[in-house]
Design a protein around this ligand. Structure first.
Ligand SMILES: Cc1cc2nc3c(=O)[nH]c(=O)nc-3n(C[C@H](O)[C@H](O)[C@H](O)COP(=O)(O)O)c2cc1C
Length: 378
């Protein structure tokens, strides 16, 4: 079926009230967002119940928490949850792990626990790789002197918002609050609302979507982690969830099976480009987090900083959306990577770790998370 006829069917589907309940997000997949940790007595499990709500590339949730040693949380990268085509050095995976670590520490502080963090306690990963050694160990200890982080109140509210944003431009005060929240060692948040620069960044972002979504390996990697329909999301509540009436119709029409999803000229890839372009065209501000170097520590710190910006945005009613394409290290992206870095004036040994849209839009529903028991080794 041609894409236009498919879209017509989908539009018709959207208007069919009798189908409004098709393939809705399963409650089990978003259950981790409801009262995280409320039933846990171990402070580590209470804190980890919050940490797993952190953002991660493709929602892969590439973290494992080993709590077999009393008082200690040993955090490793889940080596089964990597993105070798779009994230060959596993940089984005480590940023997600950094976001997890920051949320863990904030959740611990909230319950009066001091979190002593040691990064890479068993040594650095080899260049370009990650392995079974921890990216951090965290020791929790009760400490009445520990102060909760005011950002933590926004943890249940934080979302990645991929919608087109309204015309309202975030003001200087709001952007300064975000920059303040981002402060972590070696990390700086930059923002732009200048119309000419916003337009240049938009064109770079759009070029990035076109490269990633039309590259068979890069797009294929996204397709691989798409969960189409309620049953698939319930079975594996990570990755890119396609739910709702559109997904239901797509499934019935055979347009969203594994082979169809992988096609770079298929409905899923073309819809991804179209909706991303529309979103970029409706973006009043862009922001980017740069690091002084590209060490593993800086990548983890960038993740901690991003989580803090994400929470600050949620607190300020601001929508935020990472656009990682132009930061990716696969060959077809190299020229855009260079053009983007020239545009923002970040040169080696520094680099940009996160590039995001900012603006105002209604807050979306939460995305799926794996249950605590799938993340923790006891
Ligand atoms: C390192 C990193 C890179 C990301 N890159 C993108 C991206 O390029 N496009 C996008 O739509 N979302 C991106 N995201 C957002 C994730 O897809 C999102 O966190 C995940 O789907 C979970 O959804 P949530 O943030 O609403 O909880 C990125 C997140 C992280 C941590």
């Amino acid at each position: 079926m041609k894409r236009r006829s498919f879209m017509r069917v989908l539009v018709a589907g959207g208007a069919t009230l009798a189908l409004s309940g098709c393939d809705t997000m399963p409650a089990s997949a978003i259950a981790p967002w409801v009262s995280p940790g409320a039933t846990e007595s171990d402070p580590r499990l209470r804190a980890l119940s919050w940490a797993l709500l952190a953002p991660s590339a493709h929602n892969l949730q590439s973290w494992v928490a080993d709590i077999r040693e009393p008082g200690l949380i040993r955090l490793t990268v889940d080596l089964q949850r990597l993105l070798p085509a779009t994230d060959p050095p596993h940089r984005q995976v480590l940023i997600g792990c950094g976001a997890f670590l920051e949320l863990l520490c904030q959740a611990a502080a909230q319950q009066g626990q001091r979190a002593d963090v040691t990064l890479l306690p068993e040594g650095e990963y080899a260049a370009g790789g990650v392995d079974a050694r921890p990216f951090a160990v965290v020791r929790l200890s009760a400490d009445p002197g520990v102060s909760p982080d005011p950002l933590f109140a926004a943890a249940p509210l934080r979302r990645t918002n991929r919608e087109p944003y309204g015309a309202q431009v975030p003001d200087a005060q709001v952007l300064a609050r975000l920059a303040g929240a981002a402060r972590r060692p070696g990390i700086t948040l930059h923002t732009s609302t200048d119309a000419a620069r916003v337009a240049r960044l938009r064109e770079l972002a759009i070029a990035g979507y076109r490269v990633e979504f039309s590259d068979p390996a890069a797009w294929g990697e996204s397709a691989e982690v798409m969960r189409v329909g309620a049953a698939a999301v319930a079975a594996e509540p990570s990755g890119i969830a396609l739910t709702g009436t559109m997904a239901w119709f797509g499934r019935q029409l055979g347009l969203l099976d594994a082979a169809a999803l992988r096609k770079t000229d298929g409905v899923a890839a073309r819809t991804a480009i179209d909706s991303s372009v529309k979103a970029a065209q409706n973006t009043p501000a862009w922001a980017w987090l740069s690091s002084a170097d590209n060490s593993r520590r800086s990548q983890i710190e960038a993740g901690r900083a991003y989580l803090r910006v994400d929470l600050a945005a949620a607190q300020l009613g601001l929508a935020i959306h990472p656009n990682s394409q132009v930061l990716q290290e696969f060959e077809a992206m190299r020229a855009l990577y260079d053009r983007f870095h020239a545009e923002v004036g970040v040169a080696q040994p520094g680099r940009v770790q996160m590039f995001v849209r900012l603006g105002y839009a209604a807050r979306p529903d939460p995305s799926p998370r794996r249950a605590l028991g799938q993340v923790v080794r006891v």
